[in-house]
Design a protein around this ligand. Structure first.
Ligand SMILES: NC(=O)C1=CN([C@@H]2O[C@H](COP(=O)(O)OP(=O)(O)OC[C@H]3O[C@@H](n4cnc5c(N)ncnc54)[C@H](OP(=O)(O)O)[C@@H]3O)[C@@H](O)[C@H]2O)C=CC1
Ligand SMILES: CC(=O)N[C@@H](CCC(=O)OP(=O)(O)O)C(=O)O
Length: 347
């Protein structure tokens, strides 16, 4: 694993430590090289007995799969070497998520060093791409907001697998999403200090956030309609969790909510990590804390033609490390739920 000291890194370690088919070979950190992992994370004492080491291409090449839990722009510098040596790569950052390279370079503010690898990378949302993930050598693990949002929207466009009659007007999508502060990573600066975020609440990136093109790409891949999307992220004073409230105009305002609910339930009936709540309920972020589940509810807002989808995940689990382990399981032909079946921690 590259980037073992970060928040997604330690979540990967927590999940992999008890995974029956995985053994950890290398856990890198430049700043903590030589330090036992359990000195930094006592939660892993007795579970992970390795020291952090500096990133080293030779050591990484001994692994079957490398997770890159690093800031954007790092995995792309390791990818070719690893792939050439037969090592599979799962990037938790965004280097391989966006197919259109000028769009990626615009939002991420850097030049892509291996644009030729992007075309062959598989976007690692199992509910959308399971069969291609199984064959993939390079997986682009989705962003946290795009995971919660895309799972909330897919059944409105794809129908019950093969029935692609859309239920909503794709030009009217509004996503009002909130994240806990771990979404910003462990190296986040002053803006994420307890004294800056506690007892307060704010939006950010209202004029544009880099997850906009990712969500747009996902929804455009499942509908012929032109996608019009407003996406506004917010920072919540909690550690983990994402809550996406998604609004879309129904194409048929007479459509009974029960029929839409049935479509969601059927769409995800074979999915181990998507739970559709009964009508009338509202999902809570704590109901998915540290679990790999995305929990969804649908409502019709009184006085409007809007369908409202509420979707919650843990940003570090289904939004990052849990989804990465799910992808690893699929890539290696393992039980997809291996290492991921613990329910959430409540309260
Ligand atoms: N936090 C979240 O909820 C989510 C995060 N992601 C994405 O996952 C990735 C990791 O996020 P997160 O764990 O929060 O980040 P953190 O900032 O918490 O951790 C980053 C890790 O990368 C290492 N690192 C930093 N720079 C380099 C470098 N140049 N070369 C090698 N290693 C480096 C750091 O260790 P050291 O500096 O010691 O080497 C550290 O271990 C990011 O791209 C993020 O956008 C995706 C979905 C959700
Ligand atoms: C709360 C918070 O700051 N969240 C982060 C989301 C980080 C993330 O997961 O995004 P990538 O994987 O695409 O880099 C943000 O809005 O930038």
């Amino acid at each position: 694993m590259i980037g073992g000291t970060g928040y997604t890194g330690v979540e990967l370690l927590r999940l992999l430590a008890t995974h029956s088919a995985a053994s950890l070979g290398v856990i890198t950190s430049r700043s903590e090289a030589g330090t036992p992992v359990s000195d930094l994370y006592p939660s892993l004492r007795g579970s992970v007995d390795l020291n952090f080491t500096v990133p080293d291409a030779t050591a990484l090449a001994q692994c079957d799969v490398v997770f890159s839990a690093t800031p954007n722009g790092i995995a792309m510098t390791h990818a070719r070497d690893l792939l050439d040596q037969g090592v599979k790569l799962i990037d938790l950052a965004a280097d391989f998520r966006i197919k259109d390279i000028p769009t990626w370079e615009h939002w991420y503010g850097m030049t892509h060093v291996c644009p030729d690898l992007v075309a062959g990378a598989v976007y690692g949302l199992p509910e959308l791409n399971r069969s291609v993930i199984a064959q993939a050598k390079l997986v682009a693990n989705p962003g946290c907001y795009p995971t919660a949002t895309t799972l909330g929207l897919l059944p409105l466009f794809e129908g019950a697998r093969g029935d692609d009659v859309a239920l909503v007007d794709a030009s009217t999508l509004v996503v009002d999403a909130k994240s806990g502060v771990t979404g910003a990573g462990r190296s986040a600066k002053v803006a994420n200090l307890f004294s800056e975020v506690a007892d307060s609440f704010k939006a950010y990136g209202a004029a544009g956030h880099r997850h906009h093109p990712e969500i747009w790409q996902n929804i455009s891949s499942v509908t012929q309609q032109a996608v019009g999307l407003t996406f506004i992220p917010h920072l919540l004073p909690m550690l983990r969790g994402i809550h996406a409230t998604i609004y879309a105009d129904l194409l048929d305002s007479a459509q009974p909510l029960e029929a839409i609910h049935e479509r969601f339930t059927n769409y995800y009936s074979n999915e181990p990590f998507v739970d559709i709540l009964p009508l009338g309920q509202h999902p809570e972020t704590r109901s998915v804390k540290s679990s790999n589940v995305c929990r969804i509810a649908i409502h019709k807002a009184v006085g409007s033609n809007k369908l409202v989808v509420l979707s919650v995940i843990d940003n570090l689990t289904k939004g990052a490390a849990g989804q990465a382990v799910q992808n690893m399981n699929i890539m290696f032909g393992l039980d997809e739920t291996e290492g991921l079946s613990s329910p959430a921690i409540m309260p």
